[in-house]
Design a binder for this molecule. Sequence first.
Ligand code: DPP
Ligand code: ZN
Length: 873
Amino acid sequence: NVVVRLEDYRPTDYLIERVYLDIQLEPEAATITSRLSLHLREGTAPGTPLVLDGDALVLRRAAIDGVELAPDAFEASADRFTLRAPPAEPFELQIVTEVNPTANTELMGLYRSGGNYTTQCEAEGFRRITYFLDRPDVLAVYTTRIEASRSEAPILLGNGNPVETGDVAGTGRHYAIWHDPFPKPSYLFAMVGGDLASIHDTFRTRSGREVKLAIYCERGKESRCHYAMDSLKRSMKWDEDRFGLEYDLDVFNIVAVSDFNMGAMENKGLNVFNDKYVLVDAETGTDWDYAHVEGVIAHEYFHNWTGNRITCRDWFQLCLKEGLTVFRDQEFSSDMRSRAVKRISDVAKLREHQFPEDAGPLAHPARPTAYREINNFYTTTVYEKGAEICRMLQTILGEDGFRAGMDLYFRRHDGDAATIEDFLACFADATGTDLSQFALWYHQAGTPILITEHDYDAADETLTLRLRQILPETPDRQRKSPMHIPVAFGLVGPDGQDLSFSRATGARVDGSVIHLTDLQAEVKLEGVKARPIPSLLRGFSAPVRLETDLGMDDLLFLVGHDADPFNRWEAAQTIAMDLLKRATEEIRQGATPVFDGRFAEELGRLASATELDPAFRALALTLPSDMEVAQAIRTNVDPDAIFVARRALQTHLGDRIADALAAAAPAADASYRPDAESAGRRAFRHAAWAYGLAAGRITSADLAEAFHGAGNLTDRLAALRLAVHRDLDDAPALLEAFYERYRDDPLVLDKWFSVQATVPQHSTLERVQALSRHPAFSMKVPNRVYALIRTFAAGNPVAFNRPDGEGYRYMVDMVAEVDRHNPSVASRLTTAFRSFRMMEPSRRAAAEAALKRLATVPELSRDVSDILIRTLE
Ligand code: DPP
Ligand code: ZN
């Protein structure tokens, strides 16, 4: 378990200018001939050994400039190739390796999925194909020749542009040659071979070049690719309009595969996708799926500039491409849909996933400085917190300043392998801003706590705001310095309109943003004509935990009036959180919670305000998740009590607002349209169902009717989920009907598994165990494992944290089992334990014992051991 450290970074001794690959595809023995044009880096001593990375490789041949290497000239093992005394002049190294794509269950490198050949090279998969300087700062121009049996793989795809295709006479085989003119790191290499269906389109770039677009998928599923194609074209257009970035190759290909560890991969000109982020139609995709297809297609496309044209110097810089690209895809989705709704959903996701990571043993800075296994750093901190950092940069510099920094970044670093420091320097230079304190966001782990107090002096017409930041301790035990926290704000006046102020003194205020740069600061706002309610952190202007001194009355007023839709939603969340925390405590003490009825009144009013977007109202009706409540309680957590508290609050609210919701709920659309407005109407209707059920106004039969009458998967699945989670009489029959309808559709069956894995009861564990033996389930397919096993552990706090510890023991068994064939999936399962220390003592002890047992399993992968070591530390 070697630790790789940022401080040890050093450029390579050798550079690879060109790579010529010849790949002979065979199910069990693919042969890869690689020809590398190598030369010594200036300043490196001639004769310095050349050490190439490998992983589980078998070497067949090695030669230099066509001459076979003498046995003592090199050393080759499964994971390394060393050339003892390379020539001082530029030379060509030829290496032949052999791999077994069928036996590759890790889904890293070259593997076979559903009879198709595909590759996954990020982060370190290329070394499972051939020996190479497999690191992101080695940029080369690739030419790839792929050869396969024509009947087995009529489609052969590579990076870049197609050059030539042809038959290999008399063999039944054919080939395709691809050339990618843009130098790229090995992690962006890809190749696909198979019998795939496709849809085609074109896009004309703003400079008038015609790009051929294609999406490939399993035969018979082409009709489900159109929304992805439409999203791709909109992404291409948006990147030109918003950032002036144009596509640079003649073709852009996307391939959807059903066995894929991650969501998707941005290989140059040849994106490979988990098919769940490509395939959608009304019958098989929900509104959630449509939104995610759009977002992920955009994300991978945007990587062409932020990731590919400018890549990362080393893997510590992962956030350079991921945080920025998530920010870009969030902005794209905001422009395509509702900005407020997108922002609220993103913040809810951040709180549900990133805040717990940042508060637990796996916390790390967005730009980490050490890792044992890089696969474990594709985290919500690198991605989502990374995006928040870019968003803060935009808030601090303004949209124009941010754009100027981006323009400079592309001008200065196109073709480079860059660092976070390079990135920030562009913004500093373009705007003349000192960003040295801001940079701490990349370097300090943990979620800052922002505590605020306010005072209004009516005689002086002055509002005083006191702000204080607390930087919690994280596993690195780093001593932390104050962060630069941009606090966007408004002053909500008695009539609900924002009040102005004439002068600000104290901490720096720019327009409507307070810049907190010290541990504590005070701001005096003069000329405030009436007592305001401060609306702080508007739009969630910084990823912090905000604790204000606002009481119930003020928060209720903000729910009704805040001009910032995010903070309107936030005020309702803050109240709900407070009620849930208090109720949880009461339940643990054996009392029956009593709720302040004013919240229901205000929420009912908001929900019935037909001038507001139904999607926004549906979000306002969504209570903070169990995980968020647990995080807010922080220690001695009892998930069962949280769950009972939530049900109690739902019933309380349902009793008071269900009728109003039913009256306000829009009727079902005659036909399905996936746009944001239609989706919002559906979300609102489903929220009305949920409260109707909680209040006993809706029956099992009503839901069954909604299920059978549904004209799309979104409505059908919402009815099913409510029936199953509420354990209604009709639930078994609906599950059966759903299964029959979709039995041949693995992606939809994933939802059937997930619905059952999240039933909030202790007995769900036994249910999950039984489902894992279902013929439609497979431990070998990541999507199935995620749908059932990970969803159980990460999405069902009641059952996973069963007081008898069986949920933990089961998960540990699953981790050990999956680890034998797919370590990356296994390590993702292991992260389900990341919050175990906040549990009450008996659960904590049971989880710890289970983890310690996992540690004794022989031959655990580096992926799993890394998570395990850090979780137990
Ligand atoms: N780089 C991929 C993505 O986030 C993940 N491997 O797009
Ligand atoms: Zn990405």
